[in-house]
Design a protein around this ligand. Structure first.
Ligand code: IPM
Ligand code: MG
Length: 362
């Protein structure tokens, strides 16, 4: 098999972590007898500097014609002052929308070795293994009307619209129930149905989809988003699959990331269209850019997600995940997950350690 992969390293630490991710990919390709054809593109701030906009048509077309997209991170202080319409983040939103990636999977799994790296107590986080299923192409991120207008009295009015239609909720609910079937058969749907009509509809539709015979073995529970935020740090083990809207998913997944010790550990998959997109949940981290301090594990784990979800290369994905776990068990840490007594390494060395371990595991 040959896979065509669009690689979009982006800004900040994006290129550093992506370098380690693609090295791992090349290594497992050889081990498991497939080939990868990597085509690099410029996005985000780098694209603004080169072309005046964060995502150009050639890069979008490249992504559309590939088998999967691997993305680093976008943005940085240099571009913060720009108009919203051409900010680096726009590239990410446009890619999600243009590729039809309505389902964002963010697995939040604590590696046992990192139980004391979290800011939360070991007793609380130990055993955390949940999946955030975030709706990604609807809701307040894309709803109309939106914008800022000037009122007759000279003051301004800013508007965004939280909107969901039945089909949008149905398809993300199916993704959540199907994911739960492969896990622990529990779905928690997160909404604000006590206040927002749009999520009253969300709750109604998710409840109806759950009645589908195929999902008979799955427990469905509804939770209000404020309570969910609290429960996540009170008792994260109660959750298996969390399904929620675009904005609630954005917020809750950052919160949940801290259960694993660092956002530098979290991979993600964006699915729903013909081409899947895989990226670390963390951002471009301008404060540590170019210092070889970034944690490449989220990107390496995103490569594993790509192998699993887009290419069905399950053995290769398992091997990468096992190697990451083994390296952590041996006490190697990047700065973000550093603890007393551990062995501190940079981005490049962490990547190399994972590759050495992948080789050994054979
Ligand atoms: C994320 C990020 C993005 C989002 C930003 C960078 C647009 O925070 O992927 O969680 O809000 O979706
Ligand atoms: Mg976010």
């Amino acid at each position: 098999m040959n896979y065509k992969i669009t690689v979009l390293p982006g800004d900040g630490i994006g290129p550093e972590v992506m370098g380690e991710g693609t090295e791992v990919l090349g290594q497992v390709a050889k081990l498991y007898g497939f080939t990868v054809e990597l085509e690099h593109g410029i996005v985000g701030g780098a694209s603004i500097d080169a072309h005046g906009k964060p995502l150009t048509d050639p890069v979008l077309n490249l992504a559309k014609q590939s088998d999967a997209v691997l993305l680093g991170a976008m943005g940085g202080p240099k571009w913060d002052g720009l108009d919203y319409s051409i900010r680096p983040e726009r590239a990410l939103l446009a890619l999600r929308q243009e590729l039809g990636l309505f389902a964002n999977l963010r697995p939040v799994k604590l590696f046992a070795a990192l139980a004391s790296a979290s800011t939360l107590k070991r007793e609380v986080v130990e055993g955390t293994d949940l999946l955030v299923v975030r709706e990604l192409t609807g809701g307040i991120y894309f709803g109309q009307p939106k914008g800022i207008t000037t009122l007759p009295d000279g003051t301004e009015r800013g508007v965004n619209t939280e909107v969901y239609t039945t089909p949008e909720i149905e398809r993300i609910a199916h993704v959540a129930f199907q994911a739960a079937q492969k896990r622990r058969n529990k779905v928690t749907s997160v909404d604000k149905a006590n206040v927002l009509e749009v999520t009253e509809l969300w709750r109604k539709v998710v409840t109806r989809i759950h009645k589908n015979e195929a999902y008979a073995g799955i427990e469905l529970e509804h939770i209000l988003v404020d309570n969910c935020a609290m429960q996540l740090i009170r008792n994260p083990r109660q959750f298996d699959v969390l399904v929620t809207t675009n904005m609630f998913g954005d917020i809750l997944s950052d919160e949940a990331a801290m259960l694993t010790g660092s956002i530098g550990m979290l991979p993600s998959a964006s699915l729903g269209g013909k081409v899947g997109m895989y990226e670390p949940v963390h951002g471009s981290a301008p404060d540590i850019t170019g210092q070889d301090k970034a944690n490449p594990l989220a990107t390496i784990l995103s490569v594993a997600m790509m192998l699993r979800h887009s290419f069905d290369q399950v053995a290769a994905a398992d091997r990468i995940e096992k190697a990451v776990e083994a390296v952590l068990n041996e006490g190697w840490r990047t700065a973000d997950i550093q603890e007393p007594g551990c062995k501190l390494v940079g981005c490049k060395q962490m990547g190399q350690l994972v590759r050495d371990k992948i080789a050994q595991l054979g």
